[in-house]
Design a protein around this ligand. Sequence first.
Ligand code: HEC
Length: 196
Amino acid sequence: MKAPLLTAAALTTLTLGASQAAAQDCVAPSGDPFELDAAAVAEVYACMEAGMLEGYTSGDDPVAPVYRDWTVTATRPAVAGPHGERLLLTFANETAAEQYLKFETEGVAMPAGSVLAKESIKLGEDGKARVGPLFIMTKVASGEAEDTDNWVYSGVLPNGKPLSFKQSFCHDCHAGFAGQDALAYPVEEVRVGATN
Ligand code: HEC
């Protein structure tokens, strides 16, 4: 796959039409995805979960089989504008979790070895929910990826194959979260530890 244009809309096109999970025919709740309540989200997620994991792990990506054992950073998947208006749920590995879960906005410096993996589910206008890519950010040692603040971006398609794109495609947007070491964090209402 060629690197798409640098737009949030381009991210939408990364969802494969015929994924294994889609074959289960999970129904996308009708209405505005931004207004979904927790129960509606839980229902879609429960339907998608097993097929999603099966798809991500059907290739040889090293993160796919392990990220589910990491720390979940939100109380439920939620839709954010970027990443193609998908339901998103981010997991942080052991190196990343402590700092990530503070959701700090200034002076953040993630330790090398930090990995964030984010599941995505596309709610189609045709009423079906489909698995989107697993998006991954890995913090490497200082100097190893200077152009991208030592983050390496990768991704796994719903069929287990690697997502291909230019590093700048991801980082040009993530770099905007400057004081947060390029991390964007889940939407506030679902962050683990947020006012509940
Ligand atoms: C147009 C802006 C934009 C682009 C392009 C983009 N992202 Fe993101 N990314 C975000 C936002 C906003 C979030 C937080 C949304 C959420 O998780 O609810 C996020 C969250 C993430 C996370 C969870 C860690 C964090 O930042 O909190 C990962 C991992 C991630 N993106 C990987 C990628 C990868 C890999 C690419 C390229 C294929 C990419 N992103 C492209 C905006 C973008």
